[in-house]
Design a protein around this ligand. Sequence first.
Ligand SMILES: NC(=O)c1ccc[n+]([C@@H]2O[C@H](COP(=O)([O-])OP(=O)(O)OC[C@H]3O[C@@H](n4cnc5c(N)ncnc54)[C@H](O)[C@@H]3O)[C@@H](O)[C@H]2O)c1
Ligand SMILES: CCCCC=O
Length: 401
Amino acid sequence: MESINNGKPIFEAMLDIDIAWQCIEYYAGLAGTLSGQHIQLSGGSFAYTRREPLGVCVGIGAWNYPFQIACWKSAPALACGNAMIYKPSPLTPVTTVMLAEIYAQAGVPEGLFNVVQGGVATGEFLCHHPDVAKISFTGSVPTGSKIMEMASKGIKPVTLELGGKSPLIVFSDCDLQNAVKGALMANFLSQGEVCCNGTRVFVQRHILDKFVQEVVKRTQAIKIGDPLKEDTRMGALISRPHFNRVLGFVKQAKEEGATVLCGGEPYVPSDPKLKDGYYMRPTVLGNCKDEMTCVKEEIFGPVMSVLPFDTEEEVLQRANNTSFGLAGGVFTRDITRAHRVVAALQAGSCYINNYNLSPIEVPFGGYKKSGFGRENGQVTIEYYSQLKTVYVEMGDVECTF
Ligand SMILES: NC(=O)c1ccc[n+]([C@@H]2O[C@H](COP(=O)([O-])OP(=O)(O)OC[C@H]3O[C@@H](n4cnc5c(N)ncnc54)[C@H](O)[C@@H]3O)[C@@H](O)[C@H]2O)c1
Ligand SMILES: CCCCC=O
């Protein structure tokens, strides 16, 4: 159903669902561990802290991981004792309703997790509603900015998981095959519609030709087509306007001087029932420059830009020269360099010698315009609860008056 909902290959949708149930199990386990602190004070008095729910939380999701995003928000929210009203993207309305049914079947009390369908007006209504205590949003930077503005009216905390244009840095001392596989994983999952994708692939000049040759060969071998077939590895983009937008980025890249090394055009499957689908050949762009639109803007499609570099200092400056800061990665065999580079990257989620893994135990979220707050991991408890401190007097009141 998630594959039909979104257009991604069923192989990937199954992995999304695995991550989703792992998320629910993880936070169900953490629910029993929520605890406060005991602070001993002078004269026998003491204080303690309690972690309490916020109330009704609103979740607003994007269309690229509909079921998974709903779980990443609802599982920690419910584990902390909140209720959640969830609004999926109108482009992918189906599977979050199934999540509500699953919660109900598992014994979640009626009304604790609610799905409300709609678009901008519904989202704005929820954000402005006085009974809403918190908003957790996943989507684009412009919408994230509006969410923050609306939340500010009611002094409501927000979690913002926004877009990105992340760098993947490949040094010439890397394991080349792993770096090539990493670059594919960083660009072509879910038709490239992944927020943390490493779409700016910086390759040290010495290995550029070999790297590009391997990446292009493997990209051309990606099986595109019917999302419901087990061996499909790239399905359909989300909508006609988005499909046209992604192709428009490729056209503009060519006009600005980039070279299409492979892909860059629609793919028409041989099956007549799929012929009007939004299928696109995965694309690798060469001859890219930092100032090109394809290198600066989030494309949110299967388009990788390859950029040569010479030195570590230079690549770090270029990698960080963006208003986004969601993710970043480095491939190198030099352990000292690996840690030095990720420490210098201005990004919330960094990878050394891999890319685009998101285990539920590990916090995920951005720096800069990619947002703030975190999803996954223990830290997310802090974003769905509030801390009460209680002072306990064990002696007499010392009165100044
Ligand atoms: N950082 C992350 O975890 C993450 C994950 C997935 C997607 N994304 C980002 O999401 C974007 C793509 O998703 P999209 O096109 O659905 O984003 P979007 O911002 O257009 O919409 C996201 C959600 O917000 C709702 N919405 C739109 N305007 C609203 C408003 N004024 N008030 C309240 N709600 C409103 C939409 O209906 C939808 O449910 C990309 O930029 C991508 O990088 C980020
Ligand atoms: C829920 C998965 C988020 C990854 C970015 O798109």
